[in-house]
Every structure is written in C-alpha cells, then in structure tokens.
Design a protein around this ligand. Structure first.
Ligand code: FES
Length: 119
C-alpha cells in the first residue's frame, strides 16, 4: 500500500476549534476545518458551481456553501443538503509537533481525520 505524503498546512494554534482556514498545500487550495471531532481537510471548491467554501460557514461538522447553500459533512465530505450532489473530496490529516499536516493523495490512506486533545 502506498504511504500518503503529508504536507505542512497550518499551525494548530492558529486554527481554534470551530474555525476553518483555506491554505495552499502543494499548490492546491485546501480547506482545513477544526471541529470538536478533530481536524479535517477538504477541497475548497464547491462541487455544485465552484464557489469557494472558505467564504461559507462551519457549524459543528457541517460546512455550508456561501453561494447556494449546499451543505457537506467535513468528516467525510458527503453531501448533507442540496443543491450539490457530489461529495467534496476529503484528505487525511494529522498533527505533528503542533502543525496540521494534510495528505493530498486521499485514496492512499483509509484515515479520514485526526483527533485533537481537549484544552
Ligand atoms: S456553488 Fe455551492 S451550492 Fe452552488
């Protein structure tokens, strides 16, 4: 099995729980979301009509598109509400030495997120 290649994205300390941030990882825009259930990374472009998801809202694990209101589950990228019908690509994450890292080769790992410590 191919090992995923993780890239540094953003210091965990710069992304409080409940917030999201668009970062460029290996030349690609990725939306990093810090929820109570962990840190998740997804494509920043809505699968419906290409809106930038970082201009939307994060409510718990639900990511809401700013343009037409489609919603996605950040834990796996699946669609929660229309008009989008295709899931947002989601990428494995981990935290190493206080830095959130993202692996863009989503198919290379079964991991879908990383738990963070309370406090
Ligand atoms: S562009 Fe996201 S719902 Fe239409």
């Amino acid at each position: 099995m191919t090992e995923p290649i993780f890239h540094p994205a953003i210091p965990l300390a710069e992304l409080p729980r409940g917030r999201m941030q668009c970062v460029t990882v290996a030349g690609r825009e990725v939306l990093v979301c810090h929820t109570r259930e962990g840190v998740f990374a997804l494509d920043n472009i809505c699968t419906h009509a290409l809106a930038r998801m970082d201009e939307g809202r994060l409510r718990g694990a639900k990511l809401i598109c700013p343009l037409h209101g489609a919603s996605f589950d950040v834990r796996d990228g699946r669609v929660l509400g229309p008009p989008a019908s295709r899931a947002l690509p989601q990428y494995p994450t981990r935290v190493v030495a206080g830095t959130i890292e993202v692996a863009l080769e989503a198919e290379a790992s079964a991991e879908t997120g990383v738990k963070t410590q309370r406090g």
